[in-house]
Design a protein around this ligand. Structure first.
Ligand SMILES: Nc1ncnc2c1ncn2[C@@H]1O[C@H](COP(=O)(O)OP(=O)(O)OP(=O)(O)O)[C@@H](O)[C@H]1O
Ligand SMILES: [Mg+2]
Length: 406
């Protein structure tokens, strides 16, 4: 989404005032306010009549996808993100003459891209098992910010520039750094409305090598005042042992070149790829390493929310045993809970049963979720290597073409 800059100093700390990139951002909220802001539990008071056709009942299951219940990692991650984005802009005030010179002077640009500079901006890592909601959480948090802001005039002075607040890319399958860098350029093109134009960065660099691409990303990020980069599915890059070292250097360079915070999301396996590399871990920890834990507490809360949504003729008040059973079957994986609730519905509706019952969940687990058996079983064992074994199984399933909506 592209918006025109609207400057406000509300809740802008005094040392950050006078910076149009910071004043144009939405109001800086407290962490507890953010949790309320991003939650989405729409009212479940739809009119269900006993004679409602099955097709209509089933069509309503889609509503479950729009629910969002912030998890344990949400507040902390949001807080860190908001702080990093502003800190990064603090050093790039376009009203400050040196900053402007730095933006347009090639020499200082190249100098700034020296790999030995310590990066001003930080990095964040969000870990969690597959299906725990990493992608969803980061996308929701990013969506609090417009993707790009157009500036024309600030305090009576001309300021013709675009501020790309964030871009989000998926690490490419197979982990090619070239493809990752090209996706970053594609995203910048997209957010800056350059797709198909002569100014397209990606078109200009389809055949460039990695060092050139890195420079291009740095330049584009600078020109368009990029605030934050999100790289999803980091484990795809670290999947191959042989590539880990390269990834480490890449990350250091990216931080140096882009000078804006980078948030990585991936499974614990993805982060494990950096274990040998003390510096990468230090960098990531310095600004935030976050985990979406797989807890029965959150899963039970989530199950209770799911039961607010029932499209069978006679909705039930789920007893704690049924909640516990759902949590058990899903091994507390959020996505699996949604799938179970949807499939249990389909089974009940198809059978013409008036209400949801435990048996519907058992059948859902045995039918639609059959392929997840093995993975969920190891997760339930709670052994030290359970999560790794689960991710290995999930990875195999994905290679098999097992779609996102497993
Ligand atoms: N807290 C939540 N509230 C509501 N829905 C959620 C929540 N967390 C995850 N989901 C849903 O579960 C599904 C999986 O989430 P998502 O794709 O974000 O997981 P992920 O951790 O990125 O998994 P992967 O590692 O496989 O990419 C999505 O459909 C998402 O909408
Ligand atoms: Mg994901």
């Amino acid at each position: 989404m592209k918006v025109k800059a609207n400057y406000s100093v509300e809740k802008v700390p005094s040392h950050m005032r006078g910076n149009p990139f910071i004043e144009a951002l939405p109001t800086w909220r407290e962490e507890h306010e953010i949790v309320r802001l991003i939650a989405n539990v729409p009212p479940a008071n739809f009119a269900i009549t006993p004679d409602m056709p099955q097709t209509e009942r089933r069509s309503m299951l889609k509503t479950l996808d729009s629910i969002y219940l912030p998890n344990e990692a949400a507040a902390g991650l949001a807080g860190a993100m908001d702080e990093l984005i502003r800190n990064a802009y603090l050093t790039r005030n376009p009203m400050n003459v040196e900053s402007v010179a730095e933006m347009y002077d090639d020499k200082s640009l190249i100098h700034q891209q020296g790999a030995h500079d310590s990066p001003i901006a930080g990095m964040m890592l969000l870990e969690g098992c597959s299906g725990m909601g990493k992608t969803r959480l980061v996308r929701v948090l990013l969506a609090r910010y417009p993707r790009s802001i157009e500036h024309h005039e600030y305090k009576g002075k001309k300021l013709h520039t675009t501020q790309l607040v964030w871009i989000s890319v998926e690490a490419p399958v197979g982990g090619s750094l070239r493809s990752l860098l090209l996706s970053l350029l594609d995203e910048i093109d997209e957010a800056a409305n350059l797709v198909g134009t002569a100014q397209s960065y990606a078109d200009d660099h389809r055949n460039s090598n990695i060092p050139k691409l890195l420079k291009a990303v740095g330049r584009a990020a600078k020109t368009h005042n990029l605030g934050m980069i999100h790289v999803d599915d980091l484990q795809r890059i670290t999947e191959l042992r042989s590539k880990r070292n390269g990834v480490f250097h890449f990350i250091v360079q990216l931080a140096n070149v882009v000078k804006c915070p980078v948030i990585f999301t991936g499974t614990p396996e993805g982060a494990a790829g950096f274990e040998d590399s003390f510096e990468a871990i230090r960098r990531m920890n310095s600004d935030g390493a976050f985990v979406i834990p797989r807890t029965q507490k959150f899963a039970s809360k989530f199950a209770e929310v799911l039961f607010k949504y029932q499209w069978t003729p006679v909705p039930i008040q789920p007893d704690p045993k049924l909640i516990a059973y759902m949590v058990y079957l899903s091994a507390s994986v959020t996505h699996v809970m949604i799938l179970l609730h949807k499939e249990a519905h389909r089974i009940a509706i198809r059978a013409g049963d008036p209400s949801l019952k435990k048996e519907h969940y058992t059948s859902a687990y045995r039918s639609r979720l059959r392929r997840l058996y093995k993975g969920l079983k190891v997760l339930r064992k709670q052994q030290p290597n359970s999560e790794k074994a689960y991710e290995d199984i999930m990875m195999e399933l994905r290679k098999d073409g097992f779609a996102k909506d497993y």
